[in-house]
Design a protein around this ligand. Sequence first.
Ligand code: C5P
Length: 224
Amino acid sequence: GRGADLAGRRLVVSAGGTREAIDPVRFIGNRSSGLQGYALARTAVARGAEVTLVAANVSLPDPAGATVVRVESALELREAVLAALEGADAIVMAAAVADFRPAAPHDSKIKKTSAGPEPVHLVENPDILAELGERRREGLKPYPRVIVGFAAETDDVLANGRAKLARKGCDLLVVNQVGAGLAFGTPDNAAVVLGADGERAEVPRGPKEDLADVVWDLVAERLA
Ligand code: C5P
C-alpha cells in the first residue's frame, strides 16, 4: 500500500463533463461519467490528501472526505478550479470540457416553427488546462506546482499524446485509448501516462482506481 504518502498535500481534481446551454432545457454535452475523476479523488483521500473535487454533471455519490464543488458549464468549471487552486499543490484535469459553447443561449425554450430549425452559433471555450500551464510560466497565481491532463485518443495514441502534452504545457498527460469497451462509462481503464520529462508509464487494463494510484505516484514524485 501507499500509506498516507499524500498527507499534507492539497489536491484538486476535475471530473465529469460540462454542459453548455442552448436554451433553458437543452444543452451540448458529452459522455463522460465522472468515474475516473471520482476514483482519483477517492484514492487521494485514502492516501491522506486534502481533496477538492470539481464535479461537472456527475450522478455519483460524493466521495467521503473530499470537498465537492458542483458545476455545469466550462466557464463555471474554470471559476471553480481557479478558486480551488488557492494554496493547492497539484491539479488533475480529468473532466471532459466542451471546446465550444452556444454564443447566445436562448432565455426561453426554442419553439418548433414552420420556418425550420435555426443554426446554433458556437464560440470557443477557454482551454483551462493550457491556461494553468501559462499561468505557471508567467508566475500568475494561483497555479499548482504539478499539472496533469487527460486525453482520449482513438489513433496514433503516443504521437498525439506527446503533441498534446507539449501544446498544453502540463507535466503529465494520461492518454486513454478510447473504444474497445474502455474509458467512457466503464469501471475499467487502460492508459499510458506521458511526462514532460520523458516519463512513459503504461497502465494495463484494470479498475480506474489502479490508474488513479499510478497518477498519484507520479504526482507525489514530482512534489517531493
Ligand atoms: O484538447 P483536449 O480536449 O483533448 O484536452 C483534454 C484535456 O484538456 C483534459 O485534461 C481536459 O480537462 C482539458 N481541457 C480543458 N479545457 C478545455 C478542453 C480541455 O481544461 N476547454
